[in-house]
Design a protein around this ligand. Structure first.
Ligand SMILES: [Zn+2]
Length: 435
């Protein structure tokens, strides 16, 4: 029996090669109760104590504005836009912006990001010198059945079909367009860059492919966390993606099983030996799938692919956890009963970040939330968002929970109150950013 050839590379490509990780689908419960973030309550405690509460008046949306927002949200959801098929939805966004007399620019990131459109940027001048970025992604996870029928029930929107609604992230897309409509008429307290990204759901590929010099904002926000309004994401993990191909040898399973080398057996042994789930308070690991195998039960399976990921708020631990997964694959491929070849690709999908406690973007967000009657809560998320890519590019971007529920699930929904409430929060945010 020949010895197995094993190739493994733990590299850190700057550009996404193949994007199969989604930042939010594997979201972990927030807040993560780990010791490193025990000081998260600090600023909130200060706010409730010796620091005066902000109560900057923001006009709530009129009935007409709220109706338009809901109609636009439903219309955007009905334009199915899984990653790679963003064009029609982005064109609708462009039509809305044109209707408001707002100019837009679209970059050439589409082909590089595996997207059906480029990232879209709109600049709106403001009364204050500062410029802030507000960002939402127009792509969604794949829609089972390919149809979204937005339906209003029990005070919220859901898909009448058994599939995702796409509130992730069209609640934010609609909210930013509602905001644009308002500031186009009333003016903006602060300079605005509205960024509509593509291919977020496949490893933040759109945001990673955009040219940082395109953006002039001092800091910014995404609204991409399916938890109650008030949660402010102050930390998010690094993520590594694994794709491992195992190559054995096919043989008749009944006549010459001794001649076969089972790739499925090697994969099973490897996965069974892997530490998976929550590795420590900051680190997680997951095997998502084992694909492949033979055409029939009478064939020893020649090949299969194992796909997985690791995440950690500590970059080194995310990498170490991935190294362990690769080691287990090598061990299994190497045992004589398997003797498979192994081809491993590891990609660092996004970097971890943690905002400074007194970051201006955090303080403005908390003041805006309080002004709208919400209690800000600083949390660490296990999920990624465009904020990971933008922070890595050097732009401090805070992810704010937007009150959506069940992202990436067939029962995904968003209440009308949350949809409308986030526009008020965002308006208040502009006021706070102007100070
Ligand atoms: Zn999202």
């Amino acid at each position: 029996m020949t010895s197995a050839e094993r190739r493994a590379s733990l590299d850190r490509p700057r550009q996404p090669r193949k994007s199969t990780i989604d930042g939010t689908r594997r979201s972990l419960p927030s807040p993560l109760p780990f010791a490193g973030l025990t000081d998260l309550a600090g600023p909130e405690r200060r706010a409730q104590g010796d620091e005066p509460l902000t109560s900057r008046a923001v006009r709530p949306g009129s009935e007409l504005e709220r109706r338009r927002l809901n109609e636009l949200f439903a219309a955007l959801c009905a334009i199915v836009s899984p990653t790679g098929s963003e064009r029609a939805c982005m064109d609708r966004v462009i039509a809305e912006l044109r209707g408001l007399g707002l100019e837009h620019e679209e970059d050439d990131a589409g082909p590089r990001a595996g997207a059906g459109a480029g990232n879209l940027l709109v600049r709106i001048p403001g009364r204050a010198a500062r410029t802030v970025l507000l960002c939402a992604h127009v792509d969604t996870v794949p829609v089972e059945g390919g149809v979204v029928e937005p339906e209003l029930a029990d005070g919220g929107w859901h898909n009448a079909r058994p599939a995702v609604l796409g509130a992730d992230n069209k609640a934010a897309v609609a909210g930013l367009l509602a905001l644009a409509r308002r500031v186009a008429v009333e003016g903006s307290p602060v300079g605005l860059e509205l960024l509509f990204t593509v291919a977020e759901e496949t490893g933040l590929a759109g945001a990673r492919a955009l040219d940082r010099s395109w953006l002039r904002a001092e800091f910014g926000y995404v609204f991409d966390h399916a938890t109650p309004i008030g949660e402010v994401i102050v930390a998010a993990p690094a993520s590594y993606h694994l794709a491992a191909d195992l190559f054995g040898r096919a043989a008749h399973a009944g006549i010459r099983p001794e001649d076969g080398r089972s790739a499925v057996l090697a994969a099973a042994r490897a996965v069974a030996a892997m530490p998976l789930g929550r590795i420590d308070e900051q680190t997680t690991a997951n095997v998502a799938s084992i694909h492949g195998g033979g055409a029939g039960t009478n064939v020893v399976p020649e090949r299969c692919r194992v796909v997985g990921e690791t995440r950690s708020h500590d970059e080194a631990r995310a990498e170490a956890a991935m190294t362990t997964l690769v080691d287990r694959l090598q061990d299994a491929a190497n045992v004589p009963v398997c003797a498979c070849d192994l081809d491993v690709t590891v990609q660092r999908v996004f970097a971890a970040y943690r905002h400074e406690d007194d970051a201006p973007a955090l303080r403005a967000a908390e003041a805006a939330l309080r002004a709208c009657g919400h209690t800000p809560r600083r949390v660490a998320s296990g999920g990624g968002s465009d904020a990971n890519a933008l922070v890595e590019a050097g732009l401090p971007v805070v992810n704010l929970a937007n009150g959506t529920q069940g992202a990436h699930q067939p029962d995904e929904r968003v209440s009308v109150a949350a949809l409308e409430g986030m526009v008020d929060v965002t308006m208040a945010l502009l006021e706070e950013c102007a100070t």
